[in-house]
Design a protein around this ligand. Structure first.
Ligand SMILES: Nc1ccn([C@@H]2O[C@H](COP(=O)(O)OP(=O)(O)OP(=O)(O)O)[C@@H](O)[C@H]2O)c(=O)n1
Ligand SMILES: C[C@](O)(CO)[C@H](O)COP(=O)(O)O
Length: 233
């Protein structure tokens, strides 16, 4: 069975808000409830697990309700200190019949059904499938003093998004191995790469912004309108 893990246990430090950025207003709801709304709309049959920050279970449950999801359809688990910890804890708690999983940042609310469909189809070819977009700016390496070291050839560089799609068994094993080895990563596909698994890329969605810094919120509101996702999902 395919399940979806939604990560919501961060602190939102770069946003600089009072609390967790996932509860900031967006599109008449909150960032998290919009994310959940769009998952419900795009993958109505998929069971969900939401990873929440200690002390935020009640507000996450409110976002689940606001998204029109039946509370009994959503598993809740406490996250860890880092994103990688939250994913490892989620994988360890998945129902036994979840053999494939989409792991998604709750901070990416503009999630369209066609992207999820592309990722799931890719699991017929690989144990890991990730959405990517080409880099459109020039990229340079810069030293600690702020001077350019070199310009990087951007032809083979891509920006990576979530959801990321996986066969559960290998990813769960690699997360445990990474914990033992002290290997830290910023996305889950990096663990599959580190342990020799092929990672397939599919076209990402330019509207699938991660709400990270203050400037991302008005952009997300614009993308919400442009994406065709109904605000009243
Ligand atoms: N310990 C953590 C850290 C992050 N996340 C989630 O992972 C996603 C991507 O992380 P990021 O955008 O970095 O969120 P934060 O860690 O909250 O942001 P910051 O690094 O600015 O504190 C977010 O939906 C966040 O809630 C999580 O579930 N558990
Ligand atoms: C997983 C991710 O969204 C892929 O781009 C990104 O690595 C998350 O980084 P963050 O610093 O945890 O937001």
């Amino acid at each position: 069975m395919l399940g979806i893990v939604v990560l919501a246990a961060g602190r939102g430090k770069r946003m600089g808000a009072e609390g967790n950025k996932l509860f900031l207003p967006l599109g008449g709801q909150s960032v998290l409830s919009l994310t959940l709304c769009h998952i419900r709309a795009g993958a109505p049959a998929c069971p969900l697990m939401v990873v929440y920050r200690p002390g935020e279970k009640a507000i996450v449950q409110a976002a689940i309700n606001e998204a029109g999801l039946a509370p009994d359809r959503v598993l809740l688990i406490e996250g860890g200190a880092e994103r990688q910890d939250s994913v490892r804890l989620a994988l360890a708690a998945l129902p036994a019949d979840w053999d494939r999983v989409l792991i998604h940042d709750g901070a990416r609310p503009i999630l369209r059904a066609d992207l999820m469909a592309r990722l799931v189809r890719g699991l017929d070819q690989a144990a890991a499938v990730i959405p990517v977009l080409p880099v459109t700016d020039t990229v340079k390496m810069v030293d600690a003093a702020g001077y350019v070291l070199k310009t990087v050839d951007r032809a083979s560089l891509y920006r990576v998004q979530t959801p990321q799609a996986f066969q559960v068994a290998p990813l769960r094993a690699y997360h445990q191995q990474a914990l033992q080895a002290g290997l830290t990563v910023t996305d889950d596909a990096a663990l599959m790469e580190a342990y020799g698994e092929g990672v397939l890329t599919v076209a990402g969605d330019p509207y699938n912004i991660k709400v990270t810094v203050p400037a991302d919120l008005p952009l997300a509101a614009l993308y919400l309108k442009e994406s065709g996702l109904c605000e009243s999902d």
